[in-house]
Design a protein around this ligand. Structure first.
Ligand code: DC
Length: 224
């Protein structure tokens, strides 16, 4: 069974997708981390964000490898080219670089291929921007999460404070979120938008448990 969870930055996708995967005993894939790996590599190796050929080569030649705690199907670490980049891909510099890099169609095509391969044999919760529209248009369940921009900025500030890096000023984060939402939803290839058959959930006033319970209930009803 494939559950697609899409939505803008800070809508709660990661927290909710991981918890839903744990509740159902499914695998979990964070596709944003894959785009972040390419953006981080481009930054570190001086590759221009519009150099489609070079970025495509990186996305095709270097696999993104997720690591798991023993016994858990939910990945917690990510490495790229043999280097652990779990923290490196969450810096403000990568936050900025990832929108232009993820808008390159050749990068998307290479990563979508990997995403389809990863999901081939397992029950999985996959989170991103285009999972229900492009990667798995026939997903068994599609969720589109939203929340007000202010609430999303507040959540991201808290998350960064807990992690100990990244911006912690909600006003600064809000500015970045709005810019990223605009770039992600107006790009030509696979823009961020709900699939016609997605269930839209506004999580502004919902707790994490309420959202997860609602999705798990829908998953049990939709199970093929
Ligand atoms: O979910 P995130 O904030 O880690 O995603 C990082 C960026 O990657 C985001 O700006 C949009 C892009 N992205 C995408 O274009 N398609 C996906 N399936 C996942 C993320």
């Amino acid at each position: 069974m494939i559950i697609a969870i899409d939505g803008p930055a800070g809508s709660g996708k990661s927290t909710i997708a991981k918890q839903v995967a744990s509740m159902l005993g499914f695998h979990y894939l964070d596709t944003g981390a894959m785009y972040r790996c390419i953006a981080n590599y481009a930054l570190e190796n001086g590759i221009a964000f519009d150099d489609a050929a070079a970025l495509e080569a990186v996305a095709r030649d270097i696999p993104v490898v997720f690591s798991h705690e023993p016994g858990s199907p939910v990945a917690t670490g990510v490495s790229f080219g043999g280097v652990d980049v779990t923290d490196a891909i969450r810096t403000p510099a990568v936050d900025k670089a990832v929108s232009p890099v993820s808008a390159v169609p050749e990068v998307r095509a290479a990563l979508v291929e990997q995403q389809r391969r990863i999901a081939a044999h397992d029950d999985i919760v996959m989170e991103g921007r285009d999972i229900g529209t492009v990667v798995f248009p026939h997903a068994d369940l599609k969720i589109f999460l939203t929340a007000s921009p202010e609430e999303r900025a507040r959540r991201r500030a808290l998350q960064n404070a807990e992690r100990g890096f990244g911006d912690t000023d909600p006003a600064v984060i809000l500015e970045g979120l709005i810019a990223r939402d605009k770039a992600d939803s107006t790009r030509t290839t696979s823009p961020l938008k709900p699939a016609a058959d997605a269930h839209e959930l506004d999580t502004t006033h919902m707790s994490i448990d309420e959202v997860c319970d609602a999705i798990v209930k829908m998953a049990r009803e939709a199970r093929p």
